[in-house]
Design a protein around this ligand. Structure first.
Ligand SMILES: *Cc1c(COP(=O)(O)O)cnc(C)c1O
Length: 401
């Protein structure tokens, strides 16, 4: 059966939309393109001035003292885990509902990810669950601001203080979010951002780590470029000639190009309008879906002033006659295409091979069985938003118990 046939087949009749709309999309405007072209025509297209300018801009946006720009969000997480000193024999507690990269970075360092369950209402890591998982081997936490909502920093900070743990915040969803009026990026020991095209601002690919700690910053800068330093105080043989660069540890090439940095600088100027529109759409969805007893609306903690990256539609299975799969297929057939974020990380077959088993995090597994993300991005028109609401209503009415 062709994809078109399949789409018409689910609820019958005409789909709510003629053309498909997807869960996320970048917004690239003429001035973004001009910024990239200007940089491409300049002398330095990598290791040039735009990357440093972007780092200064990220410090402004996040309130952090230091920012290190890297090739992508996964590289940011890898360098943060490395710099935190995670190594073989260590355990690091990771949110169960996240993109695999949040846990992979722990494996890159030879340490063991230990998955903490989520809160059933906010879907963020449950500080109570974290506490129960701490052992003498625990070295840190990777906490994810899932959908953009800030993690519970007060609780996590007191756990980290008590046990001497490093907090890495995976803020791939959360640029622009504030926790108790403090921007995300200036709170955890290290905060990692991603600038993939579905995220709120994009560089095509791109990532960054922010920190307030100078020694973490110096080490991050060094491992971004092979572990090679030009700083004489960091060298074993500082008295060699002027051209001398010394590799003092094993690092990587995780640099970003200057034309990506130029794109990101232009995009970050638009963060206020991007964030405002995302909030507006989120409020409209919340209002529409809170009227449907078949759906559960994500709880927003008052401490988090959220720039929402994902809008999660969560079904109450006891009120619907369909499975999540059928609901997903029906919405897809209406040309309002959802996506599922995320399979609990330890349910990936790779993690199963490492020995993780089903049943580890019951809230995360239940969440996964009932949820899907619906379209949310800056350039959606009001009529796009109403189409999505119309399609959700149509599918809910059809499958209402
Ligand atoms: C996107 C994302 C990443 C990885 O970022 P990339 O830039 O794609 O490498 C990591 N964690 C979360 C939660 C993400 O959403």
């Amino acid at each position: 059966m062709g994809i078109h046939m399949e789409r018409l087949a689910v609820l019958g009749g005409t789909p709510v939309r003629e053309t498909p709309i997807f869960y996320g999309r970048q917004c690239i405007e003429d001035d973004d393109i001009e910024a990239v072209v200007r940089t491409l025509k300049s002398d330095l297209i990598t290791c040039g001035p735009r990357v440093e300018e972007l780092e200064r801009k990220l410090c402004q946006v996040t309130g952090a003292r230091y920012a290190v720009v890297v090739a992508n969000g996964t590289a940011a997480l890898h360098l943060a885990a490395l710099t935190a000193g995670f190594e073989q024999g260590d355990e690091v507690i990771v949110s169960a509902i996240t993109f695999a990269a949040s846990a992979n970075c722990v494996l890159y360092c030879g340490a063991k990810p230990v998955f903490a369950d989520i809160r059933p209402d906010t879907y963020n890591i449950d500080p109570g669950a974290v506490r129960k998982l701490i052992t003498p081997r625990t070295k840190g936490i990777v906490a994810v601001d899932f959908t953009g909502q800030a993690v519970e920093h007060d609780e996590l900070r007191s756990i980290c203080r008590e046990y001497g743990l490093t907090l890495i915040e995976d803020a791939a969803h959360a640029i622009g979010t504030k926790y108790r009026n403090q921007p995300i990026g200036s709170i955890a020991d290290m905060t990692c951002f991603s600038f993939h095209p579905v995220k709120t601002v994009t560089g095509g690919e791109g990532g960054a780590i922010t920190t307030n700690d100078e020694s973490l910053y110096r080490r991050l800068m060094r491992v971004r470029t092979h572990g090679i330093t030009r700083c004489r105080e960091e060298m074993v043989h500082p008295d060699d000639a002027k051209w001398y660069n010394e590799q003092v540890e094993l690092g990587y090439n995780y640099r970003m190009t200057d034309f990506q940095a130029a794109l990101l600088l232009s995009q970050l100027n638009k963060l206020p309008k991007f964030a405002a529109r995302r909030k507006e759409i989120t409020a409209r969805y919340d209002q529409a879906f809170s009227q449907l007893p078949e759906l559960y609306v994500q709880k927003e903690l008052p401490e988090s002033d959220t720039t929402r990256h994902l809008y999660v539609l969560r079904l109450k299975p006891e009120r619907l006659t369909c499975t999540r799969r059928e609901f997903y297929d029906a919405l897809y057939a209406e040309n309002t295409c959802p996506q599922v974020h995320y399979l609990p990380v330890y349910r990936h077959s790779y993690y199963e091979k490492l020995g993780y088993e089903k049943g580890l995090c019951p809230n995360a597994e239940k969440y996964y069985e009932e949820s899907m993300s619906i379209p949310l991005y800056y350039s959606m028109t009001d009529s796009d938003v109403e189409d999505v609401i119309h399609a959700v209503n149509k599918v809910v009415e059809y499958y209402r118990r």
